[in-house]
Each structure stands twice: as structure tokens, then as C-alpha cells.
Design a binder for this molecule. Structure first.
Ligand SMILES: Nc1ncnc2c1ncn2[C@@H]1O[C@H](COP(=O)(O)OP(=O)(O)O)[C@@H](O)[C@H]1O
Ligand SMILES: [Mg+2]
Length: 409
């Protein structure tokens, strides 16, 4: 007998798929779904929904797509891999919406798209562009979206745009370069983690949807799951599913706290591991240990700095935490490169806060400006960046395509 049979369930109630069948309308999920429907109904221009990883953004999106009301009354372009240039993005949308364009001249494309939007508007059909993981859209593509949102008649917007992403999307839109786009967003929603009561309801709700069965999560078990998962649905699912498995191995219909603790030991998720430590030890001990570790690390780093002439370069490399660690070859190259300069080879080159086209522009340098190279970084795509010191002393990243390398003095 497998565990589903044992609990008399149709399927695993806690599968990690963004399945609209299981959509639980917590307060914030419900608000977000209403806002989503509202902007389409009212032909508002822009909607942005943010939430941390695993809070249910894609589930919300799928729930909207599953809404009977819009199934035949809307044309939807859905972008799930948003690392696209403005041109790629535009062509992807047109392809999704089945808009035929005769040539690739940008003005012609926009004209064809506008005609398509007007035709649809006349028959009351909504056209919606939805981007999931929109925090990955390059700035240039976000700007293109803003231009598209200008397509309107005197009476109404012709297009609804929905951006769904992690909270860094909201933060990026606060930068100067994206200020205009930020002002266009008329409706916003944030998906919050579930409260303790919602977590308990959520677990029951998913169990009922999976066939109810005979399994029972005790109230104190659900409280512990909430504490460990911090109310994030993805983590609630992970722990609940494994805890049920542990109860099954115990031949118990009741999922108890000990099953949750067993589950946590077997969930390979660093977040869960972190929370487990906090639960196991009193908080004060954890914080004291952390302070000791930080102090010890600082002492070791200082010692290394005194003894290792290359440590400065290594430290700079380590600061690019969001990207892959540079390889050994790269690090050596850095140490030798400190005497090289980059000379700007285009009329105006952007300098960015991080080595990525997605990163905010912090300055612009004109042709022939000589910049001291202090670091470099290669993206997994092979695109290379130099960290440079600008004439005003600020430091930032410049794409290697926009500069020539020269020997420094
Ligand atoms: N409101 C909800 N109702 C039901 N399940 C949810 C809800 N929110 C999240 N989940 C579950 O949590 C997991 C992660 O959700 P997902 O939509 O992929 O999160 P995100 O896109 O924000 O990273 C999925 O297994 C999903 O079923
Ligand atoms: Mg998602």
C-alpha cells in the first residue's frame, strides 16, 4: 500500500506545481486576483504584482488564465522568459498574439500592432501582455513596454500590461531611469506570506481538494509548520508533504510535530535548514554565535589583507555575490590587469551599478574618456564587463563592447 492509498487521497495534496485547481484565496491572494480582473475589466493600463519566491505569483497568474470569463474574450501574450531585448520581446508578443507583420521595420511593426489592437477593441476583446519573473526584464525592454502602454484611443487604453515579479522589480522601478514607467503603474498588489490562521486553512483546503482522505494534521503541527515556513506556501507544501510521508512510515493517520521535525531534516532547502537551527536553539545563542563568527571572519580577513598582496582583487571579486564565482584564471588576470585602462570607444557608454544589462545606470561617459580598470567579470553568456573608476571618482561597470583596452601609466 502506498502512502496515498494509506491516507485515502486521490493525489499528493502538496505538489509543487502552480496548479490553479489548488488556488487558495488568502487575503492577499484574493486582493491580487481581484486587482488582476479589475484592470482587465476596466481597461486600466498597467498592473504590477510582487511577492517573494514561493508566495504564489505563478499560481495566481495561472488562476487568472483559467478564469472562464476571459478565456474567449481576451488575447493574451504570456512572457515567461523575460531576458529579451526590446526587439525580441516585441516579436515574441506579436507571435503569441498571432499578429502578422510584413517586414521588420520597427515603425511598421508598431503600426500593425496598433491596427490589431483597434480591431480587437472594436469587438470588445481585451489584449493583455503578461510577464512573469519580470524582475529579469532588461531596462531597455521595460522602457519598450512603457512605450507600448501609450497605445490608446482618446477614450481608452488599447492594451493591458501585467508585470509579475519578485520584490526587486518594485525596487528597480524606483530608479531614475525607470521613474516614468513606475508612474504608469495604476494598480499594484503584493502577495504576502500566509498568517498562522491562513496556514492552517490552507493545509485543510489542499487536503480537501486532494480528496480529503483520512489524514489529520493536528493544530499544533500546523502551528509548527507555519513557524518553520514563515507562511510561504512553497515551504508549507515542502514540509507538509514530507511530514505526511513520515506519518505514513509511522503508520499514523495523525501528522504530529515529530513528523514535521523529521521532514525538516530531510528537506534539502537552505531556508528550512536555517529555521530549523533557530527552532532547535534559543535565539540568543544563535545570535551570539553569529556575532562571534562575524568577528572571527573580520579578524581573519584583516590578517589576510596584511599578508596577501592579491587580497584586494580577490575581495572585489567576492563582492559580486549574485553572479557565479569567478574562476581561478579570471582572478589571476585581474591581478595583472590593474595597470590597464579602458578607453571609451562609442559616443556615450553607460556605466552600471552591477555587471548586468538589468542593473541600474549610474552614469554615462563620453568617447575617448580614459577609465582605470579595477575589476572585471564575465557573464555565463560570455558577455564581459569591466569595473571602472569614472572621472568623478564613482565606480561602476561598463560593457567591454563599448571600450578599447590600453596600457595604463
Ligand atoms: N494561493 C495559493 N493557493 C494554493 N497554492 C499556492 C498558493 N500560493 C502558492 N501556492 C503553492 O506554492 C508553490 C509555489 O507557488 P508559485 O506560484 O510557484 O510561487 P512563485 O511563482 O511566487 O515563486 C506551488 O506549489 C503552489 O501550488
Ligand atoms: Mg513563479
Amino acid at each position: 500500500m502506498d502512502y496515498l492509498e494509506f491516507f485515502d487521497l486521490k493525489e499528493d495534496p502538496f505538489r509543487l506545481t502552480p496548479d490553479p485547481y489548488y488556488f487558495y484565496p488568502s487575503e492577499s491572494h484574493n486582493e491580487a486576483l481581484s486587482s488582476f480582473n479589475y484592470i482587465v475589466e476596466q481597461k486600466e493600463g498597467f498592473f504590477m504584482c510582487v511577492g517573494d519566491l514561493g508566495t504564489g505569483k505563478t499560481t495566481l497568474l495561472n488562476t487568472f488564465l483559467n478564469t472562464e470569463k476571459w478565456k474567449d474574450r481576451a488575447g493574451i501574450a504570456l512572457v515567461l522568459t523575460p531576458r529579451l531585448s526590446p526587439e525580441e520581446f516585441l516579436l515574441t508578443i506579436l507571435e503569441d498574439l498571432n499578429v502578422k507583420v510584413k517586414n521588420t521595420n520597427k515603425n511598421e511593426i508598431i503600426k500593425a500592432f496598433r491596427d490589431f489592437l483597434i480591431e480587437n477593441s472594436m469587438i470588445g476583446r481585451r489584449i493583455i501582455i503578461i510577464v512573469d519573473e519580470a524582475q529579469n526584464l532588461p531596462n531597455e525592454t521595460l522602457e519598450e513596454l512603457r512605450l507600448l502602454s501609450n497605445l490608446e484611443t482618446e477614450k481608452e487604453k488599447l492594451l493591458q500590461i501585467v508585470l509579475i515579479g519578485q520584490p526587486e522589480l518594485r525596487d528597480r522601478l524606483l530608479s531614475d531611469s525607470l521613474k516614468q514607467l513606475n508612474q504608469r503603474i495604476t494598480v499594484r498588489a503584493t502577495l504576502r506570506p500566509l498568517t498562522i490562521n491562513e496556514t492552517s486553512d490552507y493545509i485543510n483546503y489542499r487536503l480537501v481538494k486532494a480528496g480529503k482522505g483520512t489524514v489529520i494534521f493536528e493544530e499544533k503541527t500546523k502551528k509548527l509548520i507555519h513557524k518553520l515556513s514563515k507562511g510561504i506556501p512553497r515551504l508549507i507544501n515542502l514540509v507538509s508533504s514530507r511530514a505526511m510521508m513520515a506519518a505514513y512510515l509511522d503508520m499514523s493517520r495523525y501528522v504530529r510535530k515529530r513528523h514535521v521535525m523529521y521532514a525538516v531534516k530531510h528537506v534539502s532547502d537552505s531556508f528550512i535548514k536555517t529555521t530549523r537551527r533557530i527552532v532547535t536553539f534559543p535565539r540568543i545563542i544563535v545570535y551570539s554565535l553569529m556575532v562571534c563568527l562575524i568577528v572571527a571572519a573580520l579578524i581573519v580577513m584583516n590578517r589576510m589583507k596584511e599578508h596577501d598582496p592579491a587580497s584586494l582583487s580577490n575581495k572585489r571579486q567576492a563582492s559580486i555575490v549574485e553572479r557565479r564565482a569567478p574562476d581561478a584564471e579570471n582572478t589571476t588576470y585581474n591581478a595583472q590587469r590593474t595597470t590597464h585602462n579602458a578607453v571609451v570607444a562609442v559616443d556615450a557608454a553607460n556605466v552600471r551599478a552591477k555587471p548586468s544589462l538589468n542593473s541600474e545606470t549610474i552614469g554615462s561617459v563620453s568617447k575617448e574618456t580614459v577609465l582605470e580598470i579595477i575589476d572585471e567579470f564575465t557573464e555565463t553568456t560570455g558577455k564581459k564587463w569591466y569595473k571602472v573608476k569614472m572621472p568623478d571618482g564613482k565606480e561602476g561597470w561598463i560593457a567591454d563592447k563599448t571600450v578599447k583596452i590600453a596600457n595604463g601609466s
